[in-house]
Design a binder for this molecule. Structure first.
Ligand code: GDP
Length: 375
């Protein structure tokens, strides 16, 4: 329905705005256009583009961000008309990953993805130049120039791939050296609280040993609950419409998930589209053949959950209840999902004891199945 469509586009733009904010930008205005299919030349229609142009000029805007991947030609055309920086969703996400990459491995992966994004756009530049120079006669030098650029980029790509392969082999060895410990991986959509939970778990005094395994961008810590040691890893956040260039280059980062014995799928229950987030994460898990692993669904941020607003006498009032008790959460449909489910607040450490116990029990089950004679 139309209302559902509107809700969807609002949600997508909310997320895009959040990404822009994460990248260090400030969003002034949103434009939405409904079209059967995008305009091949300018993505949005010319009328809408005029509307954007007049806003850009009136408010001294420096950048326009599009929620989809623009073709190289569309990007050039829009740039020519608006005369400001044009960024598409893929470009924005690559930018954020570049900003966040802390290890040389992660930086190499992002750089590879960036060059892969750039390569077809150099081709676009060539057609653009050719047209500008009128083709005949001028084609030679332009072509050579771009061909040289493309060769440089291709060489760089194959160099980066070799570098990544080498580190991958080292990481395989490292993973092999970790012995028979049970491996637990935190997975979940971006910003749901994975790192917070990781920190709470490893800082909590019950965890005797706090060893940081050097595995580049995934943090792996050895933790002990009760007498049960296991390895816990925090992986990169999953995100809807992850650029294909990144899916490819982050594959090895996802090895940590692929090799895990138990997944803690963290969900931000206070987010209005948490169900979509669960679906996005499950889709990626499916792509790396990890959908059937034992999983604990960890519904986080119960402290931040806002109860529904109800309308009374045309006035909108917030329900006064601050938030649900654990018993109330356990009556919701989430608690009836397959596998184990727990409701917590990593920030306020609410229901943390029950969470610990659940993780302990699951890890112990896996350990006992693996070493039936040691117990
Ligand atoms: P990650 O991207 O999944 O690793 O998420 P982070 O751990 O970086 O957390 C994202 C944001 O959510 C941070 O601002 C945290 O302080 C916040 N956060 C994490 N857990 C909770 C929680 O239980 N309640 C509330 N209200 N905020 C939380």
């Amino acid at each position: 329905t139309q209302q559902q469509d509107e809700e969807k586009s609002k949600e997508y733009l909310d997320e895009l705005e959040f990404l822009a904010y994460t990248a260090g930008g400030e969003v002034y205005k949103r434009f939405i256009q409904k079209m059967e299919k995008p305009n091949p030349k300018t993505f949005i229609g010319t009328g809408k583009l005029d509307e954007v142009l007049s806003y850009v000029q009136q408010h001294d805007i420096g950048t326009a961000i599009f929620d989809d991947e623009l073709s190289p030609a569309q990007q050039k055309n829009i740039e020519k008309i608006l005369d400001i920086k044009i960024i598409d969703r893929t470009h924005l996400i690559l930018d954020i990953f570049a900003q966040r990459a802390q290890t040389s491995y992660a930086r190499t992966q992002v750089e590879l993805a960036q060059y892969q994004y750039l390569l077809p756009r150099l081709t676009g530049m060539w057609t653009h130049l050719e047209r500008q120079r009128g083709g005949i006669g001028m084609r030679g030098p332009g072509e050579t120039e771009i061909e040289t650029d493309r060769r440089i980029v291709r060489d760089r790509i194959s160099l980066l791939k070799k570098k990544i392969e080498k580190i991958d082999r080292q990481m395989d060895v490292q993973r092999g050296n970790r012995g028979a410990l049970v491996r637990v991986a935190l997975v979940g959509y971006t910003n749901v609280g994975k790192s917070t939970l990781m920190n709470v778990i490893s800082k909590s005094e019950v965890f005797a040993e706090n060893k940081l395994f050097a595995t580049l961008d995934t943090t792996v810590r050895k933790v002990v609950i009760g007498n049960m040691p296991f390895l816990l890893s925090d992986t990169v956040g999953f995100i809807r419409k992850l650029p294909t260039q990144l899916v490819e280059s982050f594959k090895s980062t996802l090895d940590e998930v692929r090799e895990a014995d138990l997944l803690l799928h963290v969900v931000d229950i206070s987010h209005e589209s948490f169900e979509d987030h669960i679906a996005s994460v499950n889709k990626i898990l499916d792509e790396i053949d990890s959908a059937d692993k034992p999983t604990i669904m960890v519904f986080n941020k119960i402290d931040a959950y806002k109860p529904e607003t109800i309308e009374e006498d045309d006035l909108v009032t917030e329900k006064t209840k601050a938030h649900y008790s654990i018993e109330e959460w356990e009556k919701t449909w989430m608690n009836k999902m397959d596998g184990d489910v727990i409701f917590i607040s990593a920030l306020m450490k609410e229901n943390f004891e029950a969470f610990r116990k659940l993780v302990y029990d699951k890890v112990r089950d896996i350990h006992v199945t693996r070493f039936p004679y040691n117990n």
